[in-house]
Ligand binder design. Structure first.
Ligand SMILES: NC(=O)c1ccc[n+]([C@@H]2O[C@H](COP(=O)([O-])OP(=O)(O)OC[C@H]3O[C@@H](n4cnc5c(N)ncnc54)[C@H](O)[C@@H]3O)[C@@H](O)[C@H]2O)c1
Length: 388
């Protein structure tokens, strides 16, 4: 690549949370510049946000439709290369389809769409156009998550038997949606979030992590979703039993009413020979527990690079002892997307490490997960009345 890739952002204005994280992540390696934006549903905020980010006035758009149309009319050496979509769930599909229809690659937030049907249509569009779509399942961007995946899939633990993944947060322990918290408001509104709240918002991350690390697919599940805070329309808590296509069993827990918890995502995976444990509050560490040997502690950025997989070292930025955190994991998704797109522009072949970012296929898995947990939860068949 002899230039930076040009990004157009939908959502992510000064009224938003994750858009700023995307900009930091996209900037991290100097491969991408923000060139245009339709940064808010509110035109005033869209304009102010464009100014704050030093976007030229003529590329600060008031709607995504205007951005995509006008950008597609610019000369090839000026127009954006891709559209990043960081709006609430109900506003993912339309800009994504329009971007692909106008020849733009897409980076999109999870859950990929509002419905499974939309996700399938998006997949068809990606296939028809041959364009690249990256989905920001952030946690798959951590170096030690990639190490875990490489070890499991390289057979080091033997056949996988058990997966435990838990994702407790506490920030929805009160009715914050009625107290002016914009992020809580749309996440708890079925018209904006989708048919699930907590499971759609963070359960999808947990399910993705389980499938990403093991390489196994969930085939059956039994779900119990709960509304713990009275007056809320969507689940804010849930437990799911899982079966995987290799016969492994699993437990997935996600909650946004685990009062006092921050973002305590943790996964444990056990095979015939040993197990792995990774948690996002301690992201540089991967515990490897052996049946017949002492537990090992593998660390990101350590000197023993020959012991770590190329996927882990490729996604590691700093020497040992410097936490490779949320922003870096996000940055890894952007960098791999950008290197893959850059290779395409240059007519070269991206490496397998560059190609390791979530795509529309992962988006479909996430939407199917939401459909299946909601269907299972609304069925009473699984419950046995407790006799004593
Ligand atoms: N990957 C992660 O770890 C992660 C973390 C947080 C949020 N998310 C996802 O990111 C998305 C956004 O979440 P958030 O918390 O930043 O929401 P938010 O409410 O903070 O921000 C949403 C932004 O989208 C804008 N917007 C809404 N409709 C629009 C439209 N039609 N055109 C242009 N802008 C529009 C709003 O004005 C706002 O700027 C959601 O899908 C969420 O699930 C992912």
């Amino acid at each position: 690549m002899n230039r930076k890739l040009r990004m157009g952002m939908v959502g992510g204005g000064k009224d938003a949370f994750i858009g700023a994280v995307h900009r930091i992540a996209a900037n991290m390696d100097g491969l991408i510049e923000l060139a245009a934006g339709a940064l808010s549903i509110n035109p005033e905020i869209a304009k102010e946000s464009g100014k704050m980010l030093f976007l030229p006035e003529d590329r600060t758009y008031l709607t995504y439709e205007e951005m995509i149309k006008k950008e597609s009319e610019l000369p090839a050496d000026k127009r954006i290369d891709f559209v990043t979509i960081v709006t609430p769930n109900f506003a993912h599909f339309a800009p994504a389809m329009m971007a692909l229809d106008h020849g733009f690659h897409v980076v999109i937030e999870k859950p990929i769409t509002f419905t499974l049907e939309e996700a399938k249509q998006l997949k068809q569009k990606v296939e028809e156009t041959g364009l690249i779509l990256a989905l920001t399942h952030t946690y798959s961007g951590y170096p030690m998550v990639k190490q875990a995946r490489a070890m499991v899939q390289g057979g080091e633990l033997g056949k996988i038997r058990k997966v435990w993944v838990e994702y407790p947060q506490g920030w929805l322990s009160k009715l914050s949606e009625r107290e002016g918290n914009a992020q809580a408001a749309w996440r708890t509104d079925p018209k904006k979030s989708g048919k699930s709240g907590c499971m759609g918002d963070i359960g999808t991350h947990a399910a993705h992590l389980a499938e990403y690390i093991t390489g196994n697919k969930i085939t059956h599940l039994c779900a119990d979703l709960n509304v713990m805070v009275a007056g809320r329309a969507l689940d804010d808590d849930g437990n799911v039993l899982l079966k995987f296509d290799n016969g492994a069993s699993g437990v997935l827990m996600a909650s946004q009413v685990a009062a006092g918890e921050e973002n305590a995502l943790k996964i444990r995976v056990y095979g015939e020979k040993g197990g792995l444990e990774w948690q996002q509050h301690e992201p540089n560490t991967l515990l490897v527990k052996w049946l017949e040997a002492p537990t090992q502690i593998l660390r990101a950025g350590a000197g023993y690079t020959d012991r770590l997989s190329s996927y882990a070292t490729h996604n590691c930025r700093t020497p040992g002892g410097h936490p490779e955190g949320y922003l870096e994991a996000f940055g890894n998704i952007y960098r791999n997307f950008a290197l893959t797109l850059g290779a395409r522009i240059d007519g070269t072949q991206p490496t397998k490490e560059m190609l390791d970012f979530p795509t529309v296929e992962d988006g479909i898995r996430g939407m199917a997960f939401i459909d299946n947990v909601v269907a299972s939860s609304t069925s009473d068949v699984k419950w046995t009345a407790y006799q004593a």
